[in-house]
Write a protein that binds this ligand. Sequence first.
Ligand SMILES: NC(=O)C1=CN([C@@H]2O[C@H](COP(=O)(O)OP(=O)(O)OC[C@H]3O[C@@H](n4cnc5c(N)ncnc54)[C@H](O)[C@@H]3O)[C@@H](O)[C@H]2O)C=CC1
Ligand SMILES: N[C@@H](CC=O)C(=O)O
Ligand code: NA
Length: 442
Amino acid sequence: MVLSPDPRPSLRVAVLGCGVVGTEVVRLLTTQADDLAARVGARLELVGVAVRDVDVERDPVVDRALLTADGTTLVEKADVVVEVMGGIEPARSLLLHAIEHGASVVTANKALLAQDGPTLYAAADAAGTDLYFEAAVAGAIPIVRPVRESLAGDHVRRVLGIVNGTTNYVLDRMTTEGLDLDQAVKEAQALGYAEADPTADVEGYDAAAKAAILASLAFHTRVGLDDVHREGITAVTADDVAWAQRTGHVIKLLAIAERGEDADGTSGVQVRVHPALIRADHPLAGVRGAFNAVFVEAEAAGELMFYGRGAGGVPTASAVLGDVVSVARHRVLGGRGPVESSYAALPVLPAAAARTRYQVRLEVADRPGVLAQVASALAEHDVSIEAVRQSPDGDATADPAVAHLVITTHTAPDASLRATVEAVAGLDVVRSIVSVLRVEGA
Ligand SMILES: NC(=O)C1=CN([C@@H]2O[C@H](COP(=O)(O)OP(=O)(O)OC[C@H]3O[C@@H](n4cnc5c(N)ncnc54)[C@H](O)[C@@H]3O)[C@@H](O)[C@H]2O)C=CC1
Ligand SMILES: N[C@@H](CC=O)C(=O)O
Ligand code: NA
């Protein structure tokens, strides 16, 4: 029997990078080829995969004949370029080159978008092509599209969530299995969750990049990596994790982007990433392993929650392919996806403007009147106490002259809370401040 050729046009797809995500993108492009063709209205022809070293042993799904070390030439012959190599260069130059040659681009590269998104947007705008990046924030979870498109008619007030799978996995393993940070990071690397350099995860850079991207989309304002207040999880100890549990909390690395006001009344947005205590019965506390969850609070829509797999090659490839189908459809049917929206240009406020609560653990002299001194230091800074707890039996320090206090404050500006902790640390009766953690998600 002679098969008649497929009458549909075809689009040439190039993939840059063939690691954890790239391999799964190639697998989906190959194994789902017929369904993708039906959904797009054109066959997606994989014309090449750019890698550093073509001789490295790879998953058999990747046809060796398609490998090339010359990404520049590859992108010149593609209609759609998928960038999953990570890092700033050469990813940035290759994407710009691809766009200049008229390609639509899909990237999972949050580091690049948070550093130089506006350049990529401007290039895509000038060339009349698409720039899509669903996989760059919270892996498989549809969150970029909902914030960029579905909520385009609403007024977003706040975005709060867990957007880094590696640190969530690590904190979860520390909480449930008592692993130390290094052991848990090694596991996350083996599972394909961690960035090429896991420092990006544990120091909060990856979450900060995602927070910057979400804030830019939610508030129609350019927010870059440097605008995000960032604290990672390296200072979180096993003792912090145990104390969190004792006080009915879990520790999560949170990304928070919200509208707010500075001390002088300036309205703007405040974006931060830091570990925080969350009440054990809060929905975010139940986000386990490498899963992510993002809450979006919008004026008309109310509260929305997005939950799913935030890391890993297979789930992330799903988000990449969703974007590939979208940009490919635009090439077949005409039209384009959204361009950059930064018209609101809101001021980005410092972390000091954030309103939050603190839980402070401190060691004090175990004698009458100490609590009153600590309480009055807080009151002088207008910080009120929600709860005070003394170390329970069996957990007191070995020295009977020293007591362990856990103070949880009510909400106050971060700047006041910081000043309060400094004042408390300076009291004669205070031996040491053991830890200071924010409490979120009241
Ligand atoms: N692994 C995950 O769970 C997720 C990763 N991402 C993002 O996806 C991108 C890729 O991540 P992974 O696949 O995990 O990284 P990976 O390190 O496993 O893969 C990157 C691949 O790109 C190749 N590459 C790097 N520089 C190159 C160059 N100059 N020329 C040719 N090839 C080059 C590397 O050799 C490697 O094979 C990154 O931007 C990452 O942030 C996004 C969401 C989830
Ligand atoms: N390293 C990232 C991968 C996805 O973005 C993470 O752990 O979340
Ligand atoms: Na996503």
